[in-house]
Design a protein around this ligand. Structure first.
Ligand SMILES: *Cc1c(COP(=O)(O)O)cnc(C)c1O
Length: 377
């Protein structure tokens, strides 16, 4: 990114050669990003991040549908808020939204999508992998099922890009959102893939950048950073997944020994990097603070909802009761995570959960039988 801040810092829309160098870099990055997901460079639009890409994809597909009198949208109950809140706005415009149940394992089937399909369905938007519990949806199967239908299939692939294989043509994906900072790229930069033939609706109006579909001078350093990070992530995808899956399963096995706790989401159909547990009788916030003291950066729910006291809508969507949803812990593994780290985390989490339960009147009630346990063991 550095050369694009202090050497090639021209404006790609300028005609002088200095600007044209930046323009060349921009188009090179576009082609490299396209190659990472099996798209054509003309199908790639750079946005300010995953949220903007989700907004633009969903408004585009919905409004194209409305022109044909189709105002029904299918999604799931545990999408990111960038999707759910956009759908809320469309509901206020008169769209009808079906949110599919994601079941206890956090995975839906292509048949369930097909069963919800109506003549007036214009858009199916289903996330590739969930950002809290890491469950992975059968995107290729859903794409195949929708292939011959007059409906746009969008997937929020922010958690999948750089971590799971993506081929938009093979998987029959019409629109797809990506965000740089979910694969070691910079923040504030994202990608919207839009299949040729779908006319993107402009959300940011102004100049003619990004073929008139996204105004504003391009953030060249961030775009170069995103392209490089995505290429690196995709190049190491299998090796990284194999390594992380072993560590993930070891961590799950260790945390599963803590009584009255349970893994959230399917144990197999999940991101290699994701571990998410609920523990009875625990406040997620206290757990995080005590783990932070031990040098462990964990989260409860998602970074986007921290600061709100509501339990995670994702955990409620898989049927966790409120009191348990408050006691959740999300750990993400990365390529630098070691087996020693995993051992250390298992011990630390076990100790902190025991410590917090010993101080908790709520836990006392469970032990004394004044309250019912949610989990069997
Ligand atoms: C992080 C995230 C987003 C939002 O991306 P930003 O780049 O932060 O706007 C959207 N969807 C999912 C699944 C995410 O994990």
């Amino acid at each position: 990114m550095l050369p694009y801040m202090d050497e090639v810092y021209g404006n790609p829309s300028s005609l002088y050669s200095f600007g044209q160098d930046a323009k060349e870099a921009l188009e090179d990055a576009r082609a490299r990003v396209a190659a990472c997901i099996g798209a054509d460079p003309r199908e790639i639009t750079f946005t300010s991040g995953g949220s903007e890409a989700d907004n633009q994809a969903i408004f585009t597909a919905a409004h194209l549908g409305a022109k044909k009198g189709k105002k029904h949208i299918i999604s799931t109950a545990f999408e990111h808020h960038a999707v759910l809140h956009t759908l809320d706005r469309l509901k206020a415009e008169g769209f009808e939204i079906t949110l599919l149940d994601v079941h206890k394992n956090g995975v839906i089937t292509a048949d369930e999508v097909l069963a919800a399909l109506r003549d007036d369905t214009c858009l199916v938007t289903i996330m590739y992998a969930n950002n809290e519990i890491g469950t992975v949806q059968p995107i290729a199967e859903i794409g195949a099922a929708l292939k011959d239908k007059d409906v746009i299939f969008h997937t929020d692939a922010v958690q999948a890009a750089g971590h799971l294989h993506i081929d938009v043509k093979e998987q029959n994906i019409d629109m797809l959102s990506i965000s740089g900072h979910k694969f070691h790229g910079p923040k504030g930069i994202g990608v919207l893939y839009t299949r040729t033939g779908i006319r993107l609706e402009t959300i940011i109006s102004g100049g003619a950048q990004e073929r008139g579909k996204r105004a504003g001078t391009e953030n060249i350093p961030a775009i170069m950073g995103l392209a490089k990070a995505l290429e690196d992530a995709v190049a190491g995808i299998d090796e990284n997944a194999a390594k992380l899956t072993v560590l993930r399963d070891k961590l799950i096995e260790g945390l599963d020994k803590i009584p009255y706790g349970e893994l959230n989401g399917d144990a197999v159909k999940r991101l290699p990097s994701n571990v998410n547990f609920c523990f009875e009788g625990i406040e997620g916030e206290s757990l995080l603070l005590l783990l932070d003291d031990k040098g462990i950066c964990a989260s409860s729910g998602s970074a986007c909802t921290s600061g709100s006291l509501d339990p995670s809508h994702v955990l409620l969507a898989i049927g966790r009761p409120h009191e348990v949803a408050h006691g959740s812990l999300r750990l993400s593994l990365g390529e630098d995570t070691t087996e020693e780290d995993v051992d250390y985390i298992i011990t630390a989490v076990t100790d902190v959960v025991t410590y917090l339960r010993n101080m908790s009147p709520f836990w006392r009630d469970l032990v004394d039988g004044k309250r019912q346990h949610v989990f069997e063991k």
